[in-house]
Design a protein around this ligand. Sequence first.
Ligand code: HEC
Ligand code: HEC
Length: 167
Amino acid sequence: MSKLAIVGAVMLAVTASLPACTSVSQEQKTAQAQTAVADAGIPDLELGLSKSSVFDDPSPTVFAYVGGDPGTNAAAETSYHTAPPMITHSIVDMVPILQDANLCKDCHVNPDLIGQKIDKGVPTPAPRSHYVENTNDLYMGRWNCTQCHRPQADVQPLVASTFIKDK
Ligand code: HEC
Ligand code: HEC
């Protein structure tokens, strides 16, 4: 091949690829424009779970957690296998849990009771998974009980769930 032919072939290739480049960036521009239009189209009342204007300062209805004093409630329901059971009783005056104050632990960390029949009114012992392996020491990663266990309130969920518990 002569030098001229090579140069010619290269130039042809470059020219051929030019329209392709332009059309991609045009598509991107169109996509960006469409996104911008879509964004502008969402009314502020539809933006969040609180269906009020972003300029409002809404005061949501105050709700109370269900559950009486510990020892007076029915056993907890578990949402699904391996889910942390909800707290059945009131936790007023038990939170916040601090480094040197954990009332949950004082009642529930009782490894000797694991596997025994628990009479009504006796705190359910925190299970084996909560202790350092082969010891009766609470694993510190479980210290903050309310990270996983929560009291429940009788309210309408903000977003309906389609989750079905495995039998
Ligand atoms: C004064 C003792 C006491 C304290 C403090 C306490 N609990 Fe309880 N807890 C109980 C008793 C008794 C039950 C049995 C059900 C009932 O009466 O509510 C229970 C039930 C539970 C259950 C449901 C267990 C199941 O499978 O039925 C969870 C979860 C729980 N407590 C977590 C906590 C957490 C987290 C804290 C701290 C914020 C805490 N508890 C503080 C005594 C206590
Ligand atoms: C990292 C999440 C997590 C933390 C933190 C945690 N738990 Fe749990 N807890 C669970 C899960 C998950 C289960 C159910 C599965 C299992 O047995 O581990 C459970 C089960 C329980 C049960 C029910 C036992 C039974 O036999 O029904 C009690 C009571 C309990 N936890 C108490 C506590 C207490 C008290 C603390 C704080 C000292 C605590 N948990 C911290 C996740 C957690």
